[in-house]
Design a protein around this ligand. Structure first.
Ligand SMILES: Cc1cc2nc3c(=O)[nH]c(=O)nc-3n(C[C@H](O)[C@H](O)[C@H](O)COP(=O)(O)O)c2cc1C
Ligand code: SF4
Ligand code: FES
Length: 637
């Protein structure tokens, strides 16, 4: 309770918040302090800075100490217990002292089938179990880091020095003498002997392979500028058609823009497939002001990395399309909420926002039209649930990222209780194409029920993993063929469609079409565009256990069906895997079915409602745990 912040901790927080204005907010207390008390609205207004302040502490000193937390609480007038509740909600924050450098090794599905367990074993032999501080160096297992096309991967989270967090791709274990790829930790004191190597970052055409094929790249609409423009140059962006769509939106006005988006029949790409035109119109019509618009860049669905590629390679497109969405729906302030594990994308987007402001594309007088709109970039801190729109609002407001009940819907009462529009990154960049070619022309692309282009995230055992742009209507087989087919040839044994919240399909279903209407009829989901294909070397039981662990870890715990159901699901799978069932195996499968039904029917949000989908799809169509044993039990750390 009485812990006091160190000078370094105070400096980190003051750098963000400015010096304390009074003795009640952390300054020296003097006579005045006891005559003027600031409270109420003025104090509450700064609560939304809690996450940035915790980030400041974490990245400066490597953890959130009791003294640091007390100082943040005082500065923002947030009760310390509440601030503690927020700090402990997010995986990237630590309230226990830990090493200044922590490597988060992804052991999720795409990395798992590409050697992640070997990487984890290598780390364990050198540095002890995950979380151990034996060597003064830290490592941890992590869910998907959104770099699946470069699996296996890791993220180095650093603090204190000037070196920012950074991703390690194609991590590999080298031999005892360190032969093989160079150590990612070379030059970093104490890490020199690490036996894990990471070759140079891949070329853009490796993460978006169509870019390398001149014939194919001419057909691209969403990835048109990826690999072509300099992501740091607004001039280059403009030379490639940038800011034409915003000019059209400003010239023709909001009604015209909403009409184009409505005519385009664009459906949201964040997973729920909600009509974007309907959402924009609803926000624009709300009489209560201010309105807010948010770009959902949280992208934490395992297997999804399309938004990251767009943000890293074409960040001005995200800034321009969010500006259009904001101005069209009557907002003056927009936010990009980006997942905390995307350091490069955050850096490039931050730069793009600054450049747009400097060149008059954001601010009080956007493009000289007298319209005011600005954007703030906010980083998440490692919580899958914060991609759910209402959890995201709570996170932005400086609260735990727990979903809210709906209604009221965000268009009525969203961020700070005001009308709010929110769209996924991919949804937003489609708007540039829609305004440029016209809504009706856009609606001709794809199929009747699923218009426009679509980004797919191909990973697993395909020959050329990466982000691919297709027109709605291609089959699953077409998509896998685009990625060069399976590495070893032949058909996949199983394909995970739509992410961990989606489901597995077998080789007998490769001719299904990737459209919203086909998915609805066929009982599968496109989700966030995940196509993760597995050959027959894979242990499906092991994948089921990893997915169950993911949902158990990521449940926010707010409602019983999901909090208990995700734990029960994992426990039953472990019992089946080990052959130590309660009753017969059929009894256990029956229990899993019941748990799935309850989670689907009674959970507050989409996480609980979909947490059993993938596991159930495996039991329905595949032989899992054939002899009820043989799946390695994991620490689950
Ligand atoms: C558990 C959960 C996680 C989600 N994560 C994301 C995400 O990372 N990115 C995203 O755009 N939408 C995500 N969504 C969907 C959002 O709630 C929301 O529907 C979406 O941002 C709306 O944008 P759209 O209409 O452009 O799809 C998630 C939903 C749930 C239930
Ligand atoms: S369904 Fe799960 S994640 Fe969603 S509110 Fe309930 S406990 Fe939280
Ligand atoms: S980055 Fe490892 S599974 Fe996605």
């Amino acid at each position: 309770m009485d812990a006091v912040a160190s000078g370094e901790e105070r400096a980190a927080v003051d750098e963000l918040l400015g010096p304390p204005a009074s003795g009640w907010a952390g300054a020296e207390r003097d006579d005045q302090t006891f005559r003027v008390a600031r409270s109420g609205r003025e104090a509450r207004d700064r609560r939304h800075l809690l996450l940035p302040a915790l980030h400041a502490l974490q990245s400066r000193v490597g953890w959130i100490s009791p003294g640091g937390l007390n100082y943040v609480s005082e500065r923002l007038t947030v009760p310390p217990a509440e601030a503690y509740g927020v700090a402990t909600f997010y995986a990237m924050f630590s309230v226990e002292e830990r090493p200044k450098t922590v490597v988060h090794v992804c052991d999720d599905l795409a990395c798992r089938v590409n050697g992640a367990e070997d990487v984890c074993a290598g780390f364990e032999s050198m540095f002890g179990p995950p979380g151990s501080r034996k060597t003064g160096r830290g490592w941890a297992r992590s869910p998907c880091l959104g770099l699946c096309e470069q699996a296996p991967v890791a993220l180095i989270q650093t603090s204190g020095d000037a070196r920012p967090d950074r991703a390690l791709v194609h991590v590999m274990v080298t031999d005892e003498e360190g032969r093989g790829a160079p150590s990612p930790f070379e030059g970093r004191e104490g890490w020199g002997a690490a036996r894990h190597g990471s070759p140079a970052a891949p070329q853009v055409d490796e993460i978006a392979p169509q870019i390398g094929d001149q014939g194919e790249r001419e057909t691209l609409r969403l990835l048109r500028r990826v690999g072509v423009v300099d992501p740091a140059s607004i001039d280059d962006y403009r030379a490639h058609g940038g800011y034409e769509a915003l000019r059209l939106a400003l010239e023709h006005g909001p009604e015209w823009s909403i009409q184009q988006v409505t005519d385009s029949k664009l459906l949201g790409r964040g997973g729920a497939a909600f009509p974007t035109g309907v959402k924009w119109k609803a926000v624009a019509e709300q009489p209560v002001h201010p309105h807010f618009f948010i770009c959902n860049a949280d992208e934490s669905e395992p297997g999804t990395f399309k938004d990251r590629v767009v943000m890293e390679q074409d960040p001005f497109a995200v800034v321009e399309s969010l500006t259009i969405a904001g101005i069209t729906t009557g907002c003056e302030q927009g936010y990009v909420y980006i997942r905390g594990e995307y350091p490069l994308a955050a850096e490039r987007l931050g730069h793009a926002i600054g450049e747009a402001r400097r060149h008059g594309f954001l601010g009080d007088d956007v493009m000289g039209h007298g319209t005011s709109f600005d954007i703030e970039l906010r980083r998440g801190a490692g919580a899958y649930i914060c991609g759910e729109e209402t959890a995201l609002f709570n996170s932005l407001e400086g609260k735990r990222g727990e979903p809210r009940n709906k209604p009221p819907f965000p268009v009525q009462r969203g961020l700070f209780g005001k009308p709010t529009g929110i769209n996924n990154v991919e949804t937003l960049i489609n708007v540039l194409e829609i305004l440029t070619i016209g809504g009706q022309a856009y609606a001709e692309i794809g199929t009747d029920g699923s218009t426009g282009p679509r980004l797919l995230c191909l990973s697993g055992h395909v020959a050329n993993p990466g982000v691919y742009e297709v027109e709605h209507g291609v089959t699953l087989r077409d998509a896998i063929d685009m990625a060069g087919g399976m590495r070893g040839g032949g058909d996949p044994m199983a394909v995970l469609l739509g992410g961990a919240a989606g489901g597995f399909v077998g080789p007998d279903r490769l001719d299904i079409r990737l459209t919203f209407e086909d998915a609805r009829e066929g009982g599968y989901t496109l989700g966030s565009g995940v196509v993760m294909a597995f050959d027959d070397s894979v242990d499906l039981g092991d994948l089921a256990l990893r997915i169950a662990r993911f949902f158990r870890d990521e449940s926010c715990g707010q409602c019983v069906p999901c909090r208990v159901g995700t734990v029960r699901q994992e426990e039953a799978l472990h019992r089946i895997a080990s052959g130590r069932t309660l009753g017969t195996r059929q009894d256990e499968e029956g229990l899993l079915g019941d748990v799935a039904q309850v989670m689907r029917d009674a959970s507050i949000c989409g996480l609980g409602q979909t947490a059993a989908n993938a596991v159930q799809s495996l039991f329905a169509s595949f032989a899992m745990f054939p002899d009820g044993a043989g799946v390695a039990e994991e620490s689950g750390a």
